[in-house]
Ligand binder design. Structure first.
Ligand SMILES: *Cc1c(COP(=O)(O)O)cnc(C)c1O
Length: 225
């Protein structure tokens, strides 16, 4: 019997990440695969959980809260990343539910997260989203404003561990990966979440510590998100 298509793609992605890391002289374990499970049902997610995957990305707080509690009861060691835009009125739920919030992108969110982290005594890993292409429709801090935003996060007592970006669809992603790496390096930040299904191998070459792969594992998404 042939392997389930989701599992076949999952293993192929893992192999490609390992090859890209090795080709760049990096340890295979230095790149974490964030399996982006937004819009996909718990049955699909359970397949890759059973294959050993533990780090997942979701775009929406409500969707994650509906899908994940049951899976968390069944599998230990799950690490959930919020990779979609966060509204300040959801900051409390996000801090309570996610292990990593990749989309800190404006002062209001930084303030709301600082308040909730103090209140709950829970400390998710935090990344700042950078709008490397300065696209008006896209979330994220502008590259030239990132240093100042990071400083304001520090003043709030927020520990930021790294940066995240989504390059413009019609541009060479490598330029954006290189820019994100440069901003992270000059700010002493260790984590770089960059690269999706179409370009994660290039992202590994530019130093990604986290690649976010959705359709490349789970297949085509019916709902656009
Ligand atoms: C949906 C999404 C991904 C995964 O995209 P694919 O092209 O399906 O791999 C990665 N990052 C973010 C922020 C996303 O919203």
């Amino acid at each position: 019997m042939s392997e389930n298509p989701i599992l076949a793609r999952y293993h192929a992605v893992r192999d490609s990440i390992a090859k890209a890391a090795t080709a760049s002289g990096r340890a295979v374990g230095s790149v974490a695969l964030v399996a982006v499970s937004k819009t996909f049902p718990p049955e699909d997610i359970a397949l890759v959980l059973a294959a050993g995957q533990r780090v997942f990305g979701e775009n929406r707080v409500q969707e994650a809260k509906a899908k994940w509690p049951g899976l968390r009861d069944q599998y230990a060691g799950i690490e959930l990343h919020l990779i979609g835009p966060l509204q300040s009125n959801k900051a409390g739920e996000a801090v309570a539910f996610f292990d990593c919030i990749e989309t800190v992108d404006r002062p209001k969110i930084a303030q709301a997260l600082a308040t909730e982290i103090t209140k709950q005594g829970k400390h998710p890993i935090l990344l700042v989203q950078v709008n490397t292409g300065a696209e008006p429709q896209k979330a994220g801090v502008l590259p030239e404003e990132t240093d100042a935003f990071l400083a304001s996060c520090r003043e709030l007592g927020l520990k930021i561990s790294g940066l995240m970006c989504i390059p413009p669809a019609d541009e060479e992603p490598a330029l954006h990966f290189a820019l994100l790496e440069k901003i992270a390096r000059r700010n002493g930040l260790a984590l770089l979440s960059m690269g999706m299904s179409a370009d994660y191998e290039a992202a590994v070459k530019f130093g990604a510590t986290h690649v976010r792969v959705g359709s490349g594992i789970f297949g085509h998404r019916a709902q656009p998100m």
